[in-house]
Design a protein around this ligand. Structure first.
Ligand SMILES: Cc1cc2nc3c(=O)[nH]c(=O)nc-3n(C[C@H](O)[C@H](O)[C@H](O)COP(=O)(O)OP(=O)(O)OC[C@H]3O[C@@H](n4cnc5c(N)ncnc54)[C@H](O)[C@@H]3O)c2cc1C
Length: 472
């Protein structure tokens, strides 16, 4: 049998179920294909930096596949709807008997995949799809009544109960496969895609991802619980870009951490347990995506919050986007996003709450800005994080959880080091005044040309609380 493996958000050879089983079943050779689909990217607001990262990842994947004699074909889709036909043309060209691919869970992607399956069934070519994006299959973690978990703590408890030791799948072995001569160039750039962010910040490919994982495990895993909230330290793994496009599997990450914790799931080192919990958060948000598909259609998880009178003030939004709000921790965070394509988790929560609770802008405006700027953009985690922060989502704490940016800044950037890195105009401020320059050293703040706060924090907080209270 000869097979096609269709790569999507799984740009790797290790622990890739579709590739593994294609190789196992197809003694007459395997052809890999990736479909460049700018229409899907546009529909999903995917950031240029992530698209460029994918293109660089494809170069690395092509080299890895060449070593095991699997050619990688690139198809440029004219439209998402043309994908079934394009795959079918390839299948007939290479005389393939079967198409293999990993399942995607987001609504547009899942629909596309269903159409491919149906199209191939009509042409009498078989397809086989695999569970891949999660550590545990999404329907493995359910309440006794067969429902989804609404609260993370209960989800995690059940997740740990049903967890089974992970069997990682090896990459295909190198052996003399039938020589299928096919070749495609991987574009270095695409029309209208230009992120302006230095690609050297994010080297692509699964080798880099594995190296990053092992370095993190050796150097930072055991102190993760204590240091992960300090943005000036590189104390988190920064694996999110690699996980988002599948240059490494979540199973691999979890397994390596579990091994470092002597295979203890809920006892042992606190750092390891906390990091594994973050990977379970990733699973939780995906389970919500499947159980509550309206969140893929721009709707709030808590429908009642659709009645909140969100603001749509372009001027305020722009100040937030550019990092000119007059709140140093917000500005440093937004400038980190704009110049590196990534933002520290603590800061994501602070800026998201500031946008939704203090500026009282519709959280979807922030969600879209993140999507179009993050290298690690991932619909479920981004939407989950935004709705959690805006209290329209799964946060078990009611709407009165509102982070004060100044106290958060004092707590998590006590020396102001992170602020100084991204707001150089504040370099001359001491560790106390740097968190609120206009209140604490107004003259120096004016001289430094640092913007005044665009909002009165106390008043805006009261207004948000009143708006939420009215709902309930
Ligand atoms: C408003 C908001 C938007 C977010 N948008 C995204 C996004 O688009 N893509 C994305 O991958 N993450 C997103 N997150 C989650 C989190 O901020 C990032 O996953 C994390 O900062 C990535 O850095 P890291 O790889 O160093 O994480 P680590 O701390 O090393 O964690 C390891 C991995 O666990 C997962 N993870 C960690 N925290 C979370 C979380 N809170 N929710 C879900 N998964 C988590 C990620 O895959 C991460 O790579 C968002 C969070 C918020 C509050």
């Amino acid at each position: 049998m000869r097979g096609i493996i269709w790569f999507k958000k799984d740009l790797r050879t290790h622990d890739n179920p579709a590739l593994f089983y294609a190789d196992q079943q197809c003694s007459d050779g395997v052809i890999a294909v990736y479909i460049i689909d700018p229409f899907m990217w546009k529909k999903n607001n995917v950031a240029a930096i992530q698209i460029e990262f994918i293109l660089r990842g494809l170069e690395a994947l092509k080299k890895d596949l060449a070593k095991i004699q699997i050619p990688l074909v690139i198809i440029h889709a004219k439209n998402t709807a043309d994908i079934p036909q394009a795959l079918y043309i390839l299948a007939t060209q290479v005389k393939a008997d079967k198409l293999f691919f990993n399942q995607e869970l987001e609504i547009n992607e899942a629909h596309r995949d269903t159409v491919v399956n149906q199209f191939f069934a009509k042409q009498n070519i078989s397809t086989e799809t695999f569970h891949d994006q999660l550590i545990l299959p999404y329907n493995a973690v359910q309440t006794k009544a067969g429902m989804y978990f609404k609260v993370f703590s209960a989800f995690k408890r059940e997740w740990l109960k049903v967890f089974n030791p992970i069997q990682l799948l090896p990459p295909p072995r190198a052996y003399a496969r039938p020589n299928i001569i096919l070749s495609s160039d991987i574009p270095k750039t695409l029309p209208n895609i230009d992120s302006k962010i230095n690609p050297q910040l994010w080297p692509a490919g699964e080798k880099i991802a594995h190296k990053r994982l092992h370095q993190f495990i050796e150097e930072d895993l055991f102190s993760y619980d204590k240091l992960r909230d300090f943005p000036t330290l590189t104390a988190t793994s920064q694996l999110s870009p690699y996980l988002a496009v599948g240059m490494i599997s979540a199973r691999t990450c979890f397994n390596v951490a579990l091994e470092a914790n002597a295979f203890e799931l809920d006892t042992g080192n606190k750092g390891a347990l906390t990091w594994m919990t973050e990977l379970i958060w990733r699973e939780f948000y995906r389970s919500i995506l499947i159980a509550v598909p309206r969140i893929c259609m721009d709707k709030a998880y808590k429908l009642a919050t659709e009645k909140l009178p969100w603001r749509y003030d372009k001027h305020l939004l722009q100040k937030w986007q550019q990092g000119n709000t007059g709140f140093p921790i917000i500005d440093a965070a937004m400038r980190q996003l704009n110049t590196t394509g990534w933002m520290h988790n603590r800061l994501r929560m602070i800026v998201a709450m500031f946008l939704s609770k203090n500026l009282f802008l519709d959280w979807r405006l922030g969600e879209t800005y993140f999507a179009t700027h993050l290298i690690d953009y991932d619909f479920a985690s981004n939407n989950g994080g935004w709705q959690w922060s805006a209290s329209t989502g799964t946060d078990a704490v009611p709407y009165f959880r509102i982070f004060n940016p100044t106290t958060q800044s004092e707590r998590f950037d006590p020396e102001g080091q992170f602020i100084r890195q991204y707001c150089p105009e504040l370099t001359g401020f001491d560790r106390h005044s740097i968190h609120a320059p206009h209140q604490r050293l107004p003259l120096l703040a004016a001289q430094a040309n640092y913007p005044k706060p665009i909002i009165d924090y106390v008043k805006s907080r009261q207004q948000a609380l009143a708006a939420f209270k009215k709902l309930s």
